[in-house]
Write a protein that binds this ligand. Structure first.
Ligand code: PPS
Length: 327
């Protein structure tokens, strides 16, 4: 399959290289309007022709918008709060479909045969394809890059999208990459890249709106990180209804507790520490940083300058005008 590709200007390309130090992430381009590593080209056909199943459950999101939180919620509801089976790492129970596009693991293994790469990461597409039903699948791909059977509705699995306000998503994304990539770039450089749609999976608003437009379809549920923070039990109930499940009052309160930031941070099966450890090993980063970092809303109030806040707000207003979506 051929998708249209486009390069960034030299100025943006230089900035990208100050943020990402590894080969794959520092070579970003636009494929069908989406910022992806050139290495993604290797997988375009695999993704396009991926065999979707009607009983799959897909959690889709832009990075750092509450994906892991939503995955754990969805998995627990769909599996009748089976906390015992929930001790298996989330990356295994709920594979990250496009994770193989981030690292060339065969090259990494050639350089360092001792490195332990879990099956679900070594070839995430194959691992997902081979998983037994019902499959739970995470992806950061925007709607226009999803497998054909999803886009055309030839298959109609459940799709749950989660979004977070752009400023906090940008801050969370920065800290995550800072801990992995030890960048020369400043936070302001990162914000500039974010606003220019030059971070992986961008443009942010195109990503969000691609799924927002689909929210009216029966198989799509659209959630907000901020609603989960403000009233988690209501979001759990809404998600349970969407998944065809009924929770008792006790189950609702036990799941609310299980999904609290404090519980998830301490839960080795859901706090992604193993994943971060592996990525730091691969990227040879020694920068401190936790996946479960702050878990708060409105971090931008103290993290961004007034000028940057205004730029983000203006950009948000322009992109959301007339869409009915607001934050
Ligand atoms: S990823 O790597 O894209 O999948 O990251 P993602 O899971 O989307 O986002 C990580 C941010 O979500 C926060 N998080 C939570 N917040 C509140 N409550 C719970 N239970 C929770 N679980 C994860 C996590 O801390 C990251 O946000 P920041 O702002 O960096 O803390």
């Amino acid at each position: 399959m051929h998708l249209q590709t486009e390069r960034f200007s030299d100025e943006v390309t230089d900035l990208i290289k100050t943020v990402y130090k590894d080969q794959i992430h520092s070579n970003l381009y636009k494929v069908d309007g989406v910022t992806m590593p050139e290495y993604y080209e290797t997988f375009v056909d695999t993704v396009e022709n991926f065999q979707v199943r009607d009983d799959d459950v897909w959690v889709c999101s832009f990075p750092k918008t509450g994906t892991t939180w939503t995955q754990e919620m969805v998995w627990c509801i769909a599996n009748d709060l089976d906390y015992e089976r929930g001790k298996v790492p989330l990356t295994n129970r709920f594979p990250f479909f496009d994770s193989s596009a981030h690292f060339n693991f065969s090259e990494i293994l050639k350089a360092d045969p001792g490195i332990q790469i879990p099956r679900e990461m070594a070839d995430s597409f194959k691992y997902t394809a081979d998983s037994p039903s019902p499959r739970f699948i995470k992806t950061h791909l925007p709607f226009n890059l999803l497998p054909r059977q999803l886009r055309t509705r030839e298959k109609e699995p459940k799709i749950i999208y989660v979004v977070r306000n752009a400023k906090d998503a940008c801050i969370s994304y920065y800290h995550f990459f800072r801990s992995l990539q030890d960048p020369r770039a400043t936070f302001e450089d990162w914000c500039n890249l974010f606003l220019q749609d030059a971070v992986m999976y961008g443009p942010f608003w195109k990503h969000v709106l691609g799924y927002w437009e689909k929210r009216i379809e029966d198989n799509v549920l659209f959630l907000k990180y901020e609603d989960m923070k403000q009233d988690l039990p209501s979001v759990i109930k809404k998600t349970a209804t969407f998944l065809g499940k009924n929770l008792t009052t006790d189950q609702l309160s036990s799941l609310t507790e299980h999904l609290s930031f404090e519980s998830m941070k301490l839960n080795p099966a859901a706090n992604n520490e193993d994943l971060v450890h592996l990525m730091k090993e691969v990227l040879q980063s020694e920068v401190e940083g936790k996946f479960m970092r702050s878990g708060e809303m409105n971090q931008w109030k103290s993290a961004m300058t007034q000028d940057m806040i205004e730029r983000f707000d203006q950009w948000t207003r322009e992109n959301l005008k007339g869409t009915g979506l607001s934050f």
